[in-house]
Design a protein around this ligand. Structure first.
Ligand SMILES: Nc1ncnc2c1ncn2[C@@H]1O[C@H](COP(=O)(O)OP(=O)(O)O)[C@@H](O)[C@H]1O
Ligand SMILES: [Mg+2]
Length: 225
């Protein structure tokens, strides 16, 4: 049985909106294993982003527990072991494409050849020619590919991508996903993609459905003894 990377038990997260509690995620139980390819599917407002942020350790649950058995304590997760691709564009404006992609390696004080790793990550998504551009010179689709290159550059154990194809037309979205899946083939990295596009979900091995903050049965399958 493959390693358990994320183990969430009865995790809830509620926000207060004008004093009124909003339950964004309700008692979610899930296990993410090494090598998993998961689509997290639900309509807008169903809790996908909130759940990904909890899985990344970026946010803490209001109730329940979440642990990263094979990865270690929460403070050590981002960006080395888990990378999170935000739904909203999140490139740093004054930095070039290459510098943006290098960021996780710089933050992790990576000892390896940073330039070579950045070049390889850019090549994965066909971005070599854009290395010196600034984010403001890119199209939305190009920015999304750069954010994806930044997510893979440090070879994290988990990649959580929040609607990475949301702003793209379908062929472009599929090309992005194909490049990512090809890059991860043969590795034990786990991938979770939040999406409301069934054609994207169909390319993943598992589908976790979330509705009004409630995760369907499929994510809860317990580990066989
Ligand atoms: N920072 C926040 N403050 C208050 N409510 C929030 C916040 N973030 C999300 N919500 C609410 O939580 C619910 C789930 O949101 P979200 O996780 O962003 O869903 P999705 O990513 O599926 O669109 C929605 O009702 C949303 O309005
Ligand atoms: Mg969202």
């Amino acid at each position: 049985m493959s390693e358990i990377l994320i183990d969430a038990r009865s995790v809830s997260r509620s926000y207060r909106l004008g004093g009124v509690p909003v339950a964004a995620v309700v008692s979610a139980t899930l296990r993410l294993h090494a090598g998993d390819r998961v689509a997290l599917v639900g309509r807008s407002g169903s809790g996908k982003s909130t759940l990904l942020h909890l899985m990344a350790g970026l946010d803490a649950p209001s109730e329940g527990t979440i642990a990263w058995p094979a990865l270690g304590p929460r403070e050590t997760l981002l960006p080395e072991k888990i990378s999170l691709v935000f739904q909203a564009p999140s490139l740093l404006e004054p930095m070039s494409v290459s510098e943006n992609v290098a960021l996780p390696l710089l933050l992790a004080k990576s000892a390896g050849d940073i330039d070579a790793a950045v070049r390889a990550a850019l090549a994965t998504f066909g971005l070599e020619a854009l290395a010196r551009k600034l984010p403001e010179e890119l199209s939305g689709g190009q920015m999304q590919r750069v954010a994806m290159a930044r997510a893979i550059v440090g070879s994290p154990r988990v990649i959580l991508a929040d609607e990475p194809t949301g702003q793209l037309d379908q062929p472009t979205g599929h090309a992005l996903l194909d490049a990512l899946i090809a890059h991860l083939a043969g590795t034990s990295a786990a991938l979770v993609i939040a999406t409301h596009d069934p054609s994207i979900a169909a390319r993943m091995d598992k589908v976790w459905r979330i509705e009004h903050g409630v995760l369907a049965e499929s994510a809860q399958t317990p580990e066989p003894a």
